[in-house]
Design a protein around this ligand. Structure first.
Ligand code: UDP
Length: 488
C-alpha cells in the first residue's frame, strides 16, 4: 500500500508484559473498539496465556470484529519467574528476542504498510524506548502511553537536572534532605521520595541509563497518553507538557472505562471485568458482605513487590495488634523466604480467623468499591493508588520500587489521602498509622478522601469531564493519522 493511499485507522497497542500496563491497555483497547477503531493488541505469549486462563478476554473481545490479539515471545523460558528481582532478564529478552521480531512484524508482516490493513498508529508503553525508532523507520505515527504515575515520570524528566545540581546520586544520610531539582515539588519532596532506583550510587548503572533514554525518546513521539486527570495532577501535567506538548490525560482510566461502557448500554456487570493474571478469589466478596461498614483493612502489595520474611512478620504484627478486621491478598511468590512465610502465615492466620480473610488474589477494583473497606494498606503502585483514590479509601503506603516512592509522598502531602510509611518497616509504625486513620483522625481523612474522590470522578463522570474530552480528542486524532514518510 502506498503512503498516499487513505487507509482505515488501525491502532497497534503494545503494553509492557506486566499486570498494571496490561490491565490499563486492555481497557483502552476496549474503549477504542467501542469507538469502532480497528485494534491489534500485542501481548507476550506468556501474558496472553495467563489472560486466557484467568479471564474472559477471549469471549469479551469476540464482540468486536475489528479487534485482534497478536502475540510475541518475551525471550524468557516458560518457567522463568518474571518477578520484580529479575526485571533485567525481561529487559534482555525484550532487547534480544522481542525487538527484532517486532521490527519484522511492522516492516514485512500483516501490520506493515505492505499489508491490506496496515497499522496507522502505534500506542506503546513508555518503557519500550526502542519503538519510536521503529515507528519512524516504517513511517507509522506513535503515541507513548506511560502507565507509571505522572508525578514519577516528572522526576524522570528532571533526572538530568538533579544530576547537574548534584542532588542525584545521594547518600543514605541525605535521604531526608529536600530536593530542589524537581520543579513544583520543592516544598515536600525529599531524596527518599525519588524513584527507588535514584538511590543507586553509580550513574552508569543500566537502569539509570535506561531512564535517561526513556525521557529522550518519549518527546520524539506524536504525543503521550497519561493515566491521570487535570483534577488529580494539573500542575504535574503542565510541567510535563513543557517536554511533551501533546498530552492526553485520560484517567483514572478504569473509571473512564466504566463510565463509557455504561453509557454504551453495557450492564454494570459488563463494565466490571477483571484482567487479572492470577485467578481472582471471589469468596472474599461474600466475606466482605458480612463485615460492618468501613471496618476492614484491605492489604495488597500488587503484582511485583516481594516481602522479606521480616517485613511480612512486621506487617502481620502491626495489623494484628491494631485489632482491626482485614482482607489480605497474599500473592503467590510474594514472600522471599518461603519457610518463613509458611510458618508465619499459618500461625498468624490461625490466631486471627475470626477477623481476617486471606486469599491469594482478588479483583481489586471490586474490593476497593466494597462499603466494608475502611483502609487500603498498599505498596502505592500507580493503578492501586488511582483505584483507592476514586473509591475515597484512605491509604497506608508501603512503597517498594520504581514510581511507588514518589506516589506515596504525593498521597500524603499533595492529595492528603493517607500516611506514607516509606522505609519504616516496623509493627509499631503500622499499628499507629492504622489507628490514626481508622480512629483518631477518621473524620479528617474521610473528608479529604471524599473530596479527592469527587474531583477524580468529575474528570470521568460525564461527557464534559476533562478525561472524557481528552479521550474523544485522542480518538479523533487517531482517525486523522496517516502513514508518514519512512525516515530511512
Ligand atoms: N490487583 C488485583 N488484585 C490483587 C492485587 C492487585 O486485581 O490482588 C491489580 C490492581 O487492581 C492494579 C494492578 O493489579 O490494577 C496492580 O498495578 P499497580 O500499578 O498498582 O502495581 P504493580 O503491580 O504494577 O506494582
Amino acid at each position: 500500500m502506498s503512503k498516499d493511499e487513505v487507509v482505515s485507522p488501525h491502532v497497534l497497542i503494545f503494553p509492557l508484559p506486566l499486570q498494571g500496563p496490561v490491565n490499563c491497555m486492555l481497557k483502552l483497547a476496549e474503549l477504542f473498539a467501542i469507538n469502532r477503531l480497528r485494534v491489534t493488541f500485542l501481548n507476550t505469549i506468556y501474558i496472553q496465556n495467563l489472560l486466557l486462563k484467568h479471564t474472559n478476554v477471549q469471549s469479551r473481545f469476540s464482540n468486536y470484529p475489528e479487534f485482534h490479539f497478536e502475540t510475541i515471545p518475551d525471550g524468557l523460558s516458560e518457567d522463568h519467574p518474571r518477578s520484580s528481582d529479575k526485571l533485567l532478564d525481561l529487559a534482555d529478552g525484550i532487547e534480544e528476542v522481542m525487538k527484532p521480531l517486532f521490527i519484522e512484524m511492522l516492516t514485512f508482516g500483516k501490520m506493515s504498510s505492505k499489508s491490506s490493513t496496515p497499522v496507522t498508529c502505534i500506542i506503546a508503553d513508555g518503557g519500550y524506548t526502542f519503538v519510536v525508532d521503529v515507528a519512524k523507520d516504517v513511517g507509522i505515527p506513535i503515541l507513548y502511553f506511560d502507565t507509571i504515575s505522572p508525578c514519577a515520570l516528572w522526576t524522570y524528566f528532571c533526572l538530568p537536572r538533579l544530576i547537574e545540581l548534584g542532588e542525584v546520586p545521594f547518600k543514605e544520610e541525605e535521604y531526608d534532605k529536600r530536593v530542589t531539582g524537581v520543579c513544583g515539588t520543592e516544598n515536600f519532596l525529599r531524596c527518599r521520595d525519588l524513584p527507588s532506583f535514584f538511590r543507586i550510587r553509580d550513574l552508569s548503572d543500566r537502569i539509570i541509563q535506561y531512564n535517561l533514554q526513556e525521557i529522550h525518546e518519549i518527546p520524539r513521539s506524536q504525543g503521550m497518553i497519561l493515566n491521570t486527570s487535570e483534577h488529580i495532577d494539573g500542575p504535574i501535567i503542565s510541567q510535563l507538557s513543557s517536554h511533551c506538548p501533546n498530552i492526553y490525560s485520560i484517567g483514572p482510566l478504569h473509571a473512564l472505562y466504566k463510565s463509557i461502557l455504561l453509557s454504551a448500554q453495557k450492564t454494570s456487570e459488563q463494565a466490571n471485568y477483571s484482567n487479572s493474571l492470577w485467578e481472582d478469589d471471589n469468596s472474599c466478596m461474600t466475606w466482605l458482605d458480612a463485615q460492618p461498614h468501613k471496618s476492614v483493612i484491605y492489604i495488597s502489595i500488587g503484582s511485583l513487590a516481594i516481602l522479606t520474611g521480616d517485613q511480612l512478620l512486621e506487617l502481620w504484627c502491626g495489623i494484628v495488634y491494631s485489632g482491626k478486621r482485614f482482607l489480605w491478598a497474599l500473592r503467590p511468590g510474594s514472600i522471599a523466604d518461603k519457610d518463613e512465610k509458611s510458618k508465619t502465615v499459618e500461625e498468624l492466620s490461625d490466631a486471627t480467623k475470626d477477623r481476617g480473610c486471606i486469599v491469594s488474589w482478588v479483583f481489586q477494583e471490586q474490593v476497593l468499591a466494597h462499603p466494608a473497606i475502611g483502609l487500603f494498606f498498599t505498596h502505592s503502585g500507580w493503578n492501586s493508588t488511582l483505584e483507592g483514590l476514586i473509591e475515597g479509601v484512605p491509604m497506608i503506603c508501603w512503597p517498594y520500587l520504581l514510581d511507588q516512592q514518589v506516589n506515596s509522598r504525593f498521597v500524603q502531602e499533595v492529595w492528603k489521602v493517607g500516611i506514607d510509611l516509606k522505609d519504616r518497616y516496623d509493627r509499631v509504625a503500622i499499628e499507629k498509622a492504622v489507628r490514626e486513620i481508622m480512629e483518631d483522625k477518621k473524620d479528617e481523612f474521610q473528608k479529604s478522601c471524599s473530596r479527592m474522590a469527587k474531583l477524580a470522578r468529575q474528570s470521568v463522570g460525564d461527557q464534559d469531564g476533562s478525561s472524557h474530552c481528552n479521550f474523544s480528542r485522542l480518538v479523533e486524532d487517531i482517525k486523522m493519522m496517516r502513514l508518514l514518510k519512512p525516515s530511512s
